[in-house]
Ligand binder design. Sequence first.
Ligand code: ADP
Ligand code: MG
Length: 693
Amino acid sequence: MNVPQMFGENVFNDAVQKETLPKEVYKALRATIESGKQLDVSIAGAVAAAMKDWAVSKGATHYTHWFQPLTGLTAEKHDSFIEPEGDKVIMRLTGKSLIVGEPDASSFPSGGSRSTFMARGYTAWDPTSPAFVKEGTLYIPTVFVSYTGETLDKKSPLLRSMNAIDKQAKRILALFGKKCRKVSTTVGPEQEYFIISEEEYEKRKDLRLCGRTLFGAPVSRGQELEDHYFGVLKPAISEFMIDLDKELWSYGIPSKTKHNEVAPAQHEMAPVFSTTNVAVDMNMLTMEIMKKVAKRHGLVCLLHEKPFEGINGSGKHNNWSMSTDDGLNLLDPGAEPENNTLFKLVLTAIVKAVDDYQGILRASVASAANDHRLGANEAPPAIISIYLGDQIGALVDAIVKGQNYVHKVSLEGSIGVPESPIFPKDATDRNRTSPFAFTGNKFEFRMLGSQANVSDPNIVLNTIVADAFEQFADELEGAKDFEAACEKLIQRELKAHYRIIFNLDGYGPEWEPEAAKRGLLNNKTTADAVPVCFEDKNIQVFVRQGVYTKAEAIARADIQLENYTKIINIEALTLLEMVKQDIIPAVSDYVADLCANVATKQAVNDSIPCNTEKDLILKLSEHNDKLSSLVVRLEETLEKIVPEEIIPSSQAMAHKVIPLMEEMRKSIDAMERITSSDYWPFPTYYDLLYSVK
Ligand code: ADP
Ligand code: MG
């Protein structure tokens, strides 16, 4: 495999653009991509023609506007390039077809924002994310907006939020006499996933319909030996990963790291970071490709946040930073962070933003699936806090206390054997338990779920940081003594928001009560986390930064809650079906056979002991009865829920339906443990987690 040669071979990237576009057109397009210059529509025709020729040479017959509606997934509708000419056809893509598309918007979630206008939605080309050819179709990344300009997707607010950062960060940079064409946020999303055998997967209706197991007794060998993390790859997994990388690279996705994760059957892929909207598109494509490649190998890739109880779930660490087009990373502390005022100011803005808007940041990663993860022991708790590490933590402490900062030098490491090299050690150790950790020159937001669209938290992060930048710039632009005003602002704001900084163990039992004392939010379920989005302060920040209108902000929160309710409803109905149609009858059959065995034994001789059978009969009958009564309670609870009442129904799902499902699970798992495997109707955790060789 010649990686440099095949990397990006399916992408209409810079190199291909340079080769295929007329010089002036190429220059105009790059100006839009690199410095955010308004796209000159007159070049669209030439770009479309070149794109089409290139795509056809790659075997494409169709094109599609590829977008990310509020379902959280991607959407595509394919049109062929054909245009009849006499009784023949030619292949054509016009500039207009490249720039706009008009899919029917009425079947996508809009949270009511559509009620005021027609069902017209437009997709519009996003030239900053490169088009690509996949399976005979040219994919054109687009945004999706309504006739009246309301955003109907995840990408348009993301682009708006990136624009807001660009605008405000440039003001901050100007204060320091620095100029640049563009400030972009960058993201490197580490993607966790499970791989299981397709054969076993097919037998579990819950996995197929809900993406997670709704029951299943813990397997006797879970992750306690800690031997899976970074362990040797199984041959089938290794083959899958080789194929996966090959395919990701062909789409220009810079897949860099692959390894086994903590839980059995769990793995990770981390790409090299890119500009946020490109990183988001690539991650959407990555998730799709992971599933497809797995299928080709007779495997299934599970992207759900918590497919299995009792072992780790999957997240998607959102590594986030900001840099200028000439390569200055605003979060790089440099060798002497104490003397790097720009860094300190940027850091202060982030600390302030995260504290002020912890509610919406938490809400941005809330989903029915991620609720099983946040607050469980492998993931950060549902409380937002910031970890700064030893070095920057000590610097911030010194600033807040008005003390002199004692510079911490990076140490050199050695294992004490002369043959082994001396290696530079990071100034900071890792803290894996913090939801928002400073990791050298970026922040790692660890709450995001594995199947989520990466846009969600980045829209919020960009918006709230842009807002803090704006306030700082407003205050400092007029300052007489800039240095003094800046130091004063930094100290004042760090003091005011010091409560959000927590450098200790975020998983420990002391943190929750401590966080409560500090007044930090701790919204454990989506139903409890999302309603903060309706608070005026949390709407206005989006409005101020031009990311959402009030109606859009409300519509999005509505959709998130609606979606949550729908997902839990599907899970509850699936569980009821599996229990009524399979589990209760299977256990009943087993009990009947045990009874027959007892009767047969006693017919032979009533002194033959039957305690084993009788004990099982008793226990299983009790559990089965309990399960039957829970079935009735769950059905009654679901009947009372009115989905149109968004808040009460989501509350009922979180606080009535989920607890009932968990109680049912206890009975089911107890029965699974003592039911003969000949009778148990579904693959167990052992079958699911250990059948890939
Ligand atoms: P780990 O956190 O697992 O030790 P790294 O720190 O090397 O690994 O990087 C993790 C992820 O962070 C990678 O996807 C990497 O590309 C990304 N990353 C590194 N620098 C930046 C940056 N400036 N902005 C955004 N993401 C970054
Ligand atoms: Mg990491």
